[in-house]
Design a protein around this ligand. Structure first.
Ligand code: DUC
Ligand code: ZN
Length: 543
């Protein structure tokens, strides 16, 4: 007997938009059947999608939640409720090994403790490795994989986290053996430090100069180096949050040679430019948008990334949700300090925590461009609806070892589902009358904004405003941007977790479960190739 049937929706998969009339049948939290005229039993709840699109729940595979280095950021409670309100049913966050940690386990246990019982959506962890001792690589990493953590992240910048090429090589060789995906933050730290020093000597430390300190070439050089390391160690990598066309060109070239090089970008690199880092004469507002790699200078840079989404260069769009509160002495305003005897406060981008919030806005911002393919009449580059699903859900699930249960609307998969508002002529109203059970509360979460947009929803345009978001951050970098749709209903494993026109958040804190992941699958290129200029037998001498 089906628990739930979703009718009258346009179901979008990673491959196609299914014919209108196709229905989803859900039982015990899983998708049981996809078909037409599904039979309801006496207890089956019917959801009428009213002609709206139906997509898999978002898998945001790059979010920072409650990390030690972001004291003013989101907690697991606030970060995952924001995730759900933006249509995400799974997030993959980070657990960090500190440089002094000889073992990864204490840090990992601590991150588990923070998340357990406090999440509204399902979750996993990537491990950030900063001290790749022989013990960690040989003993602990295989045990980590057995515990369902099958991806690692390495940094080429930030002194407390950065690894040199030798360590990158050693870790990547191990990743190759274990079949796990390595994420890499690619920026050349020395270039950045030298430019930053010179900028400071000339008094150029206002928020805008963050983008000058981290030029495209710093991202591009490190990206090329990471690709070379991946090539010689024959291991799949994902280059996180790419913002520089100069760097993306290296990915393109590597993919043409069928190397397993994956690329990720984020909505802030698709919508914002360095102009958004400028502060006014008396404020430090531009500091809100400080993130690394930085926002780039030219709208053409954004266009290049959109083209990369459309043509398949990028595998994943994540949010890199890494918020810090703006108006807090440990948040973004840490960079603005009063100086005795000086009329104006001193503004210093070097003291500003990097990162912006975005887990809740990722899907609406991408969905807004998910119509057709190529360039539309308004000159904007579009992606297809299936491509939207691939980038935001199916690909991250497959790449990170969730490809047998998340990220696709298929029988046997978790019933993680987003229903969007009907569009155009299909649009009926923003009410929930078609919904079987009346929502009756927010289940313990104070969420006064849940209903805030229901009137606006009738206008078919949604204006992003921080007041209506569910993180605990005092700004969004996307304030004022209009998008054409928003997740109306979100189901987590078959249970209604978000009802935008009803009570908002419907799930309970703790509904989200830690999901053990399998080893990853390369989605681009293939492993088993010999690096350029090497003969295959060379491996035998040193492997
Ligand atoms: N850059 C990072 O490297 N980490 C978090 C946020 C950011 O902008
Ligand atoms: Zn990040």
């Amino acid at each position: 007997m089906l628990d739930l049937i979703i009718r009258n929706g346009h179901i979008v998969t990673a491959a196609e938009v299914l014919p209108f009339g196709t229905e989803l049948g859900i039982e015990d939290g899983k998708i049981a059947v996809i078909g037409v005229n599904l039979q309801a039993g006496p207890k089956t709840e019917i959801v009428d999608a009213e002609g709206g699109y139906v997509t898999p729940g978002g898998v945001d595979s790059h979010v920072h939640i409650e990390q030690d280095n972001a004291p003013t950021g989101d907690t697991w409670e606030t970060g995952t409720r924001s995730a759900i309100a933006g249509g995400n049913t799974t997030v993959i966050a980070f657990a960090t090994q500190k440089r002094e940690d000889q073992s990864i386990w204490p840090a990992l246990e601590a991150y588990h403790r923070k998340a357990s019982g406090n999440a509204y959506c399902d979750y996993g962890f990537h491990l950030i490795i900063t001290n790749p001792s022989a013990d960690v690589l040989n003993q602990e990493l295989p045990a980590l994989v057995d515990r369902g953590i099958t991806s690692i992240k390495l940094y080429m910048t930030y002194q407390p986290l950065q690894l040199g090429d030798g360590d990158l090589f050693r870790v990547m060789m191990r990743a190759h053996q274990l079949g796990i995906t390595t994420m890499i933050h690619c920026e050349n730290n020395d270039i950045i430090e030298q430019i930053t020093k010179r900028l400071a000597e000339q008094g150029n430390t206002d928020s805008f100069f963050h983008s000058v300190a981290r030029p495209q070439i710093a991202e591009s050089e490190a990206t090329y180096r990471a690709i070379c390391l991946a090539e010689v160690t024959d291991t799949p990598i994902l280059i996180v949050h790419m913002s520089a066309p100069e760097a993306v060109r290296h990915v393109n070239e590597a993919q043409q040679r069928l190397l397993p090089i994956h690329a990720e970008t984020c909505p802030h690199y698709l919508y914002l430019i360095s102009e958004h880092l400028m502060s006014g004469p008396d404020d430090f507002d531009g500091a809100r948008n400080i993130c690394a790699p930085p926002l780039r200078h030219d709208p053409k840079d954004l266009e290049y990334l959109w083209r990369g989404l459309s043509n398949g260069t990028f595998t994943v769009v994540s949010s890199d949700h890494a918020p810090s509160t703006f108006d807090h002495p440990c948040g973004k305003m840490r960079g603005m300090t009063a100086v005795e005897g000086e009329e104006k406060p001193h503004r210093d981008f070097r003291k500003v925590p990097n990162g912006v919030p975005g887990v809740e806005t990722r899907l609406p911002l991408l969905f807004d461009r998910a119509r057709g393919h190529g360039i539309s009449d308004d000159g904007l580059i579009r992606i297809s609806l299936p491509r939207f699903v691939q980038l935001t859900s199916t690909n991250p699930a497959k790449l990170y070892g969730l490809g047998d249960r998340k990220g696709s609307l298929l029988p046997g998969f978790d019933a993680d589902i987003v229903i969007w508002y009907p569009e155009g002529d299909h649009y009926v109203s923003g009410n929930t009358a078609a919904h079987g059970t009346a929502p009756n509360g927010i289940n313990g979460v104070s969420n006064p904004q849940a209903n805030g947009l229901s009137e606006k929803s009738r206008t078919k345009r949604f204006i992003i405003t921080n007041e209506n978001l569910h993180h605990r951050i005092d700004f969004t970098p996307f304030e004022g941007i209009q998008v054409g749709n928003w997740p109306r209903w979100v189901f987590l494993r078959g249970k209604l977790a978000w009802d935008r026109d009803g009570a908002g958040l419907m799930g309970n804190i703790g509904d989200g479960q830690f999901i053990e992941r399998k080893t990853s699958r390369a989605l681009t290129g293939q492993v088993g190739q010999t690096a350029r200029g090497m003969k295959s037998h060379e491996w035998n001498y040193w492997l």
